[in-house]
Design a protein around this ligand. Structure first.
Ligand code: SAH
Length: 278
């Protein structure tokens, strides 16, 4: 584990943000890749060595972006796409103006990072439109002590937005490549309270349950039962419900004291499907 710390420090010293909460080495250790932890460590070493410590040449893992860039575009995005459409929670607006979305998208679409639409992130998947990220975040009504589960890590952007509002984010991604890249990107950028796991998020993250809030960023015809079980009483869940090729309902539910999920709000949306076997 000393080696892991060493190389994480190498990553952090180049890309970390001072204000980020404490990183846990287990967060990377918990990413289940075919190669396992050893392979991941080799990857991290490779990233540090390849870039001579600057990380700027590691294309997808450690983005060669500066968190300080695109500030004006980010402010404009918050004002015109998010606040103007009715997202009012000041903490959410602040989080959206703080997180460098351009660092979470592939370099070829970086110039579009703050535009009003989703973007491709590889493996046929997308990073959601900024407004939808803000709307879903606000709907979870989270606070500083909360522990949140995300199903569908994708680029890691939604997890980063949540990470500045809560104490810990647990996020599960079914695509091994996306999980590995998101874990490294989040570590590079200094989001130390985000834990990424490669797996089928329909089963939640049993060992870390229960959660104060659960966000599902892929469309499902019904709520996976494990997610309902892993939500605390009084907790909120936000999930696009509906068939994959159709318009879905972004549904916000709350778990009542009797353990029932009660739907509070619905908004029409279009998401990529939540995948996995029967
Ligand atoms: N929240 C992401 C975007 C999500 S796109 C972001 O901020 O970038 C939806 C993601 O869900 C995709 O990456 C897809 O691979 C993933 N996904 C689909 N089915 C899944 C499942 N059963 N478990 C975990 N992740 C899943």
């Amino acid at each position: 584990m000393r080696a892991a710390r060493l190389f994480l420090n190498c990553l952090r010293s180049e890309g970390g943000r001072g204000a980020a909460p404490a990183q846990r080495v287990e967060s990377l250790a918990s990413v289940r890749t075919p190669m396992g932890l050893f392979g991941l460590l080799l990857g991290l070493i490779g990233v540090c060595l390849l870039s001579g410590g600057t990380l700027s040449q590691a294309p997808d893992a450690c983005p060669s972006c500066s968190a300080g860039d695109y500030r004006q575009e980010r402010e404009r995005m918050v004002a015109t796409q998010i606040r103007a459409r009715g997202v009012t929670d000041p903490e959410v607006l602040q989080a959206m103006s703080r997180i460098p979305r351009h660092c979470f998208v592939p370099p070829r679409v970086r110039g579009e990072a703050y535009e009003d639409h989703p973007l491709p992130i590889g493996q046929g998947q997308t990073i959601s439109q900024p407004y939808i990220v803000a709307l879903m975040t606000e709907s979870l009504n989270v606070g500083p002590g909360d522990r949140v589960l995300e199903v569908g890590t994708g680029s890691g952007y939604q997890a980063a937005v949540l990470s500045v509002l809560v104490s810990e984010v647990f996020t599960v991604e079914i695509e091994a490549d996306l999980a590995r890249q998101a874990a490294m990107r989040l570590a590079c950028l200094g989001y130390r309270n985000v834990h990424v796991r490669h797996g089928d998020g329909r089963f939640g993250w049993e060992e870390r349950a229960p959660f104060d809030a659960i966000i599902v960023t892929a469309a499902a015809p019904t709520i996976p039962p494990a997610l309902g079980r892993q939500l605390k009483a009084g907790g909120r869940m936000c999930i696009p419900l509906g068939e994959a090729d159709e318009i879905q309902n972004l549904t916000v539910l709350e778990k009542d004291p009797a353990g029932r999920l009660v739907a509070k709000k619905r908004v029409p949306v279009r998401f990529v499907p939540l995948r996995g076997g029967p």
